[in-house]
Design a protein around this ligand. Sequence first.
Ligand code: AMP
Length: 220
Amino acid sequence: MALKVVMLGPPASGKGTQAVRLAQARGIPKISTGDILREAAQSGAELGRRAKALMDRGELLGDEEMIGIVKERLACPDAAKGYILDGFPRTVRQAEALDGMLRGEPLVVIDLAVPDAELLKRMQTRRVCGTCAAIAEPGSGRATCGRCGGELMTRADDSDEQVRQHRLDVYARDSKPLLDYYRGRSTCRSINGAQAPDQVAKELASEIDQTVAVVSGKRS
Ligand code: AMP
């Protein structure tokens, strides 16, 4: 079975970090809509210019545009063996569209729960690589990226206090309803994302293995 995972959770809940680790461990791509938009913004493409203006204010891009971007990305050959989606879906409309793309194939949904105070602290101190977009290990004290040597920087949408708070408000308004949308499914699991990253990764791997066993009929 191709492993298809959605990582839910507020900004700075660790979705990106965990998605990278999981994708590497399972040999499938991590597909991050935030990364796709930031790359478009760097390349100066028309989409990127519009996206940057919205991202810098902590607003979401339109559902239909995002659905189109993800549909195109999921049609790439590397996604046939599975994928980890990070940052999509972010609204119920996007989740419905994803279900349509999956045509009944199982989807593992992981929610990373972290209290708001911790999220605000993480956003304030988060550093990312300006070259490869990798998230720097918190508290490492490094000035350059451990992966590619690029310069570490603060994301534009992490650098303003009002934008940080606004992103949490947007999450509560637009993305929390996603939990209700998925909650009833046997493939939807919640993990305490406030724990150390290694512990989160361990629980994530175990939840995914259990969920895959359920959908492949090995356990109930
Ligand atoms: P992220 O890197 O996931 O925190 O996303 C950064 C920003 O990109 C968000 O604050 C939104 O402005 C935009 N974005 C990313 N994914 C989506 C999505 N699925 N729907 C709408 N906007 C998105």
